[in-house]
Design a protein around this ligand. Sequence first.
Ligand code: SF4
Length: 224
Amino acid sequence: MLAFSDLRTAAYCPRQLWYARKHDDRAPPDRVDAVREVATRYHELLDAETDTGQPDPLADAPIEAPPGTWRERVERVREREPRFRDLDRPAATDVFLAGRECHGVASKVLPDPPLPSLVSPGRPPEQGVWEPHAVWAVAAAKALAWERERRVDEAVVEYPAYGVVRRVRLTTRKKAAYRSAIREVRELDAPPERLDDTAKCDPCRFANECGVATRTLRSRLAER
Ligand code: SF4
């Protein structure tokens, strides 16, 4: 049985998964918990009376957008996302799901029809979700479908630090990315090739060991 987190990492970079396994370093960063909490306080942070002289609770929340922008975005989600109320006041959080091929924790599971939601502490792309998150969404939807013995064709990915919530449909392309990640994890028995994508390598915690030139190193070399 494969872990959601391994699939997600393999979709980002199979070599990163190799290092994560070697160092047994697969714990999520601490920041995840603080941001995940924001994803259960949308109504409170959105509707706070900011003109009463009381401190704005958003000022202490771990958000990465100006408070006005954050509120505009979440207000738009509240208007357009039909499951917003369930997302905002989830009946079930940190739900362990075990499917036919993989298992892991969904940040939220909305009831009837069942829909998994996954909370990312990071920044969203301009549109849709990052490829590793699409793979994570497919894995969670498939595991939930397996457990409940019914179709689950969608998932949600939330980027609460930015006030962004996106639906993910299980399209043919996304399911193909999921299958590719499954193969990568199953066949990982030697260090895979390095990526040719410095944008992905720059934030990688294994960049030194991997031997790629990160932005910091590149700029240091350019100064010589
Ligand atoms: S530095 Fe780049 S190639 Fe190396 S493990 Fe990290 S993401 Fe993968």
